[in-house]
Design a binder for this molecule. Structure first.
Ligand code: ZN
Ligand code: ZN
Length: 405
């Protein structure tokens, strides 16, 4: 890779250049931020190592200027500074830095720390995989009994959560156990049916000062996301209201749109379900995960089959690494449940194959299904994929499962 070191102290470049070169990288450097502003865009390095305290222009300002240059969109910026305050680390991140290494540089660990910035992984975790109602007891031990909640985590990017079904309590417990402080989270709600919102008040991070949490989802003809989420905590429904939150909590009404969550791109698509329901697509470092529940894919040739919607859906999920899809019914169950807003295995498989997704994750299981029936759904999906001669991989994630991309 090509590195560019910017530090007014020439000893820094003298120290780092041989370390980086020994690891097979090429290195340029400048002691002048003003000069670097001219040289760096022309060179388009893979990584800029940037000091903070420099007399001509400080590293924050320089980082901000680089981040405004589209040509440097693929360039990582790592701050190298003797300042180790949390404030400076947060400020660097807000301005678009990818990493922060505190000086003096440890020559033994430096290369490992730098190269780690290029291999950050996306971790997908399942906290609740069921639809409609939580299920307790022996029949749901394998896949778990909690309703919809999934999280995406990349290193120190904001935590992304899809839906606040009863699984969010497990996510909350996990965050407490890992001692996370000053959490920044974005909770994307697919739609306000009970199984997607009713455990929202059990996300403990909401009650902790210092956390910042944004709740985003589709408004319903004049009823905002704030009203939707707070009314279920009002008065006779729940004894703790949103006024009791200790965290800074924001609400955001979503339509079909494109958002940036730190360095993760999130896009939305309206789905086929009663009321407004949004599907989400998260992209990070070229990896893609789609969260598509609750959604009814009508079989071709049937009265309700909507070709336009299907085209938009296929386009949205095309080539995704993981498609988390509403797979509520076995094929034989579907005729009695047509028009309920959920899909059966054959249709989900057909769409996944058409859209050339890499891995299909069966999700949102009906409360009347036990583990054996969910096993059968997985079997049915694999058979259908085989019949199609499809390369799509199919898995049925259980509560607690993690997938790293
Ligand atoms: Zn649901
Ligand atoms: Zn629903």
């Amino acid at each position: 890779m090509r590195f560019f070191v910017i530090d007014d102290n020439e000893d820094v470049a003298k120290l780092l250049t041989p370390i980086l070169q020994r690891a097979g990288h090429t290195v340029s450097s400048s002691q002048s931020p003003i000069q670097a502003l001219k040289e760096v865009p022309a060179m388009r390095p893979d990584c800029i190592l940037l000091d903070l305290m420099m007399p001509e222009m400080d590293g924050f300002e320089l980082c901000k200027r680089f981040r405004e240059m589209p040509d440097l969109a693929g360039t990582k910026i790592i701050i190298l500074s003797a300042k180790s305050y949390d404030f400076d680390k947060r400020r660097a991140k807000q301005l678009g830095a990818d990493g922060f290494i505190v000086k003096p540089v440890d020559v033994k660990t430096f290369i490992g720390e730098v190269e780690k910035m290029f291999t950050k992984k996306l971790t997908l975790s399942y906290w609740g995989t069921r639809g409609t109602l939580p299920v307790a007891g022996q029949s749901s031990l394998k896949y778990g009994g909690n309703t919809s909640c999934v999280s995406l985590q990349v290193d120190d990017e904001p935590l992304i959560v899809f839906d606040a079904g009863t699984g969010i309590k497990k996510l909350s417990d996990n965050l407490f156990a890992s001692g996370v402080k000053r959490l920044t989270a974005k909770i994307f709600i697919s739609h306000p049916h009970w199984d997607h919102i009713n455990a929202f008040p059990f996300f403990g991070a909401l009650f902790m000062v210092g956390n910042e949490i944004e709740v985003l989802g589709p408004a319903h003809s004049g009823t905002s996301m704030r009203a939707i989420m707070s009314s279920q905590m009002d008065d006779i429904y729940f004894p703790v209201t949103i006024r009791e939150f200790g965290a800074r909590v924001f609400f955001h009404d979503l339509h079909e749109e494109n958002l940036a969550v730190g360095k993760i791109q999130v896009d939305t698509l309206l789905l086929n379900h009663p009321g407004n329901c949004l599907g989400y697509r998260a992209t990070y470092n070229g990896k893609r995960i789609c969260y598509i529940t609750d959604n009814e894919i009508f079989p071709p040739g049937t009265h309700n089959h909507d070709i336009d919607f299907e085209k938009r859906l296929v386009n949205f999920i095309h080539g995704t690494d993981i498609l988390i899809a509403d797979s509520t019914y076995l094929d034989e169950e579907y005729p009695k449940k047509t028009g309920w807003g959920h899909s059966c295995i054959s249709e989900v498989v057909r769409i996944a194959h058409t859209a050339q997704v890499k891995s299909l994750h069966l999700f949102h299981h009906d409360p009347d299904q036990d583990d054996a029936m969910i096993d059968r759904k997985l079997e049915q999906a694999k058979q259908k994929l085989e019949q199609l001669g499809s390369p799509v991989e199919c898995v049925c994630p259980a509560e607690g499962n993690q997938f790293v991309l």
